[in-house]
Design a protein around this ligand. Structure first.
Ligand SMILES: [Zn+2]
Ligand SMILES: [Zn+2]
Length: 59
């Protein structure tokens, strides 16, 4: 896969361009997606780095 952008809120949003989450109810809605370069489409390395439970939720 090409480098892509994933919402770290866990809503499943993936984009080929840097944009913001627009998922209703996602705690990362209106926040920018983060770049991921996984090759299997599972974003596993990505979610190891961006563990949602380790992030503040009030930004
Ligand atoms: Zn999201
Ligand atoms: Zn990925």
């Amino acid at each position: 896969m090409k480098p892509h952008f994933v919402c770290i809120g866990g809503c499943g949003l993936v984009s080929e361009t840097q944009t913001k989450c627009n998922s209703v109810g996602c705690w990362r809605a209106r926040n920018p997606l983060a770049e991921c370069d996984c090759t299997d489409g599972k974003h596993e390395e990505f979610f190891k780095i961006y563990n949602p439970s380790a992030l503040e939720k009030n930004d």
